[in-house]
Design a binder for this molecule. Structure first.
Ligand code: HAS
Ligand code: CU1
Length: 554
């Protein structure tokens, strides 16, 4: 048995605050996930959109926008801010310094969500989750998104102030790992979102309000991807916090290397942002030398994930052997696959190995020319954001919801099955998408009405639909299990409280070198690298900006 110090227990109001984040996250996932399978059925030749026509949801691009915004932006951002609230409080073992500030942030996010949601539903913002200009949306969409981001910043300030107070009282103690990871995630996000903030406030919002005649699409894309790439690590890092800081304990082991874990997080802060041009390899307005620099840095940012692969698998092997597993692979079987939270995260990690290989493939300029704007790309990001991140969040909810509500998980065996539905559905779906991409199938396209679909694609398009159907079952089961748990009548038996499964490290974190717990050098390095990698291009693009492209709605 592991001997663990008792972790700090949240009080009812703290639990409720975090739960509100999860409620919005899960509602967004539910609504957004209706439209994912609809896309996949459309590709397989079954157009269900026609049945949604009477309620005004029959438009392919409105559906795709709802899917992307609600699943990729809203489900994630609300889940993450809730989860980081928990990692701050529980890690530091103290309440938020200014809970009202965090409430203000949360309310700002919720108001922004409503403000952005109305134009999408009305069909005035069918601009997809990347809202590239010259696609034009109602100003409420841009303002709403801005409020969601600003609200998350405010919640972040609440974390910093709480940490600052702890740091003053504990000058020489290593920051508890889950708090450390959460803070880096938030700081990285706050640096990253400066890009979209500038894009929206200086171009898209004035344009949508009629104050500018047009937009500059090239500059808009550059600002967007300044945020857009690190956005993907904002989704990923909370999963990594769990893989490093919680999963080893859930699996019955310990974190293999505290130092390696911390180093990986610092490298993400340093390298997440100055790589955005790898989304713009085909943009004619960016000189090749800058594309090469960003491609090179992209290989750099893959390194902390390779380090994570090593450390997390080593931690899991440690757990598996402690549980009696032997031989080269016996430890894998010995892991507690019967726990839904564990199986979710293991399966998420397995699919992420393929997602990561695909990412490194994308980053290679000449291969990117083959896969860019094809079905390969959604294939890639369904293994990453929709699996590494989403399936891990689902796994986290399988202990978090019981923890927050004091109620036992509804049907744990069904929850294990749910994780396998996701895994199998995604395996079929994403493999078919990758193959279709190589065959030239475009992304963001209503292929059901496209006249040019060759016979060669049909089997793969069918697999996209089959995968989508299995994923639909997966998401329905997830929502049902979370709902039934939260609304259940049974409470956990007296004295049987759930604890946040914080993993111990094999080595004492106090032995981790101090430079891995110092903010200044890493912050200075990150800002300097951003200026070096983006400064000259931004200066040039801004000085040449021409706001002349008229708006366009699909
Ligand atoms: Fe990406 C496009 C490159 C990672 C998401 N990416 C996208 C888009 C999204 C996205 C949403 O260079 C599309 C945007 C759009 O709409 O246009 N991506 C990369 C690279 C990485 C990468 C180099 N992407 C992610 C992650 C995402 C994500 C993470 C979301 C969460 N991506 C690109 C490029 C493009 C791109 C180009 C542009 C393509 C184009 O042309 O449009 C790397 O960070 C990946 C490194 C990962 C690894 C894997 C390590 C494996 C681990 C597993 C551990 C195992 C466990 C399980 C825990 C090297 C850590 C063990 C289990 C046992 C049983 C033992
Ligand atoms: Cu990227």
């Amino acid at each position: 048995m592991l001997t663990q110090p008792r972790t700090y227990q949240l009080d009812t109001s703290q639990k409720r605050f975090i739960s509100y984040h999860l409620v919005i996250a899960v509602i967004a996932l539910t609504v957004g996930s209706i439209f994912g399978p609809l896309q996949s059925f459309n590709w397989g030749g079954l157009d269900l959109y026609q049945f949604l026509e009477p309620i005004g949801l029959g438009d392919y691009y409105k559906g795709l926008t709802l899917h992307g915004v609600l699943n990729a932006l809203v489900w994630t951002t609300f889940f993450i801010t809730g989860f980081l609230t928990l990692t701050t409080i529980v890690g530091l073992g103290r309440p938020l310094k200014h809970p009202r500030l965090n409430w203000a942030g949360f309310i700002t996010m919720a108001v922004g969500l409503v403000m952005a949601g109305i134009p999408i539903l009305a069909g005035w913002a069918s601009v997809l989750y990347t809202f590239y200009p010259p696609l034009e949306a109602h100003w409420g969409f841009y303002l709403g998104l801005t409020l969601v981001v600003v609200g998350s910043w405010i919640e972040g300030y609440g974390f910093y102030l709480t940490y600052y107070q702890w740091r003053k009282e504990n000058p020489d103690t290593r920051t508890p790992f889950i708090t450390f990871g959460g803070l880096i995630t938030m700081v990285m996000w706050q640096l990253a979102t400066i890009g979209v903030a500038v894009e929206i406030l200086t171009m898209l919002l004035p344009f949508s309000l009629g104050l500018l005649d047009g937009t500059d699409p090239q500059l808009g894309r550059t600002f967007f991807w300044f945020t857009g790439h690190p956005l993907v690590y904002f989704w990923l890092l909370p999963a990594y916090i769990s893989w490093y800081g919680l999963l080893p304990r859930e699996a019955g082991g310990k974190l293999f290397s505290d130092s390696a874990a911390r180093l990986a997080f610092w490298l993400f802060l340093l390298l997440s942002i100055p790589v955005g041009f790898h989304h713009q390899f085909v943009d004619p307005g960016i000189p090749n030398s800058w594309k090469l620099i960003h491609a090179t840095l992209t290989y750099g940012v893959a390194f902390p994930s390779l380090l994570t692969l090593f450390t997390v698998v080593a931690s899991l092997e440690y757990a598996g052997r402690k549980r009696g597993g032997t031989g080269l692979f016996g430890w894998i079987r010995a892991l507690p696959w019967h726990k839904p939270s564990v199986s979710a995260q293991l399966l998420a990690g397995i699919l992420f190995m393929f997602g990561g290989i695909g990412g490194i493939t994308n980053a290679s300029y000449n291969v990117n020319l083959v896969v860019h704007n094809t079905a390969w790309i959604p294939g890639h990001f369904h293994l990453t954001v929709a699996t590494a991140a989403t399936l891990s969040y689902m796994g986290i909810s399988y202990w978090l919801v019981p923890y927050l509500t004091g109620k036992p998980l509804w049907k744990p065996k069904l929850a294990v099955a749910q994780t396998w539905f996701w895994f199998v559905g995604m395996l079929i779906f994403s493999n078919a998408m990758h193959v279709l991409g190589l065959l030239g199938a475009p992304r963001r396209t209503d292929l059901n009405s496209a006249p040019y679909v060759p016979e060669e694609w049909s089997g793969h398009l069918l697999r996209v639909s089959i995968g989508g159907a299995i994923l639909l079952i997966g998401v329905i089961l997830y929502v049902l299990i979370v709902y039934k748990t939260a609304r259940g009548k049974d409470h956990l038996p007296e004295g049987e409280e759930i604890e946040v499964p914080i993993a111990e490290s094999i080595t004492d974190p106090q032995l981790t070198p101090m430079w891995l717990d110092r903010w200044r050098p890493w912050l200075v390095g990150s800002v300097a690298l951003i200026i070096l990698a983006y400064g000259p291009q931004l200066a040039q693009q801004i000085s040449n900006a021409q706001f002349t492209s008229p708006g366009f709605t699909p």
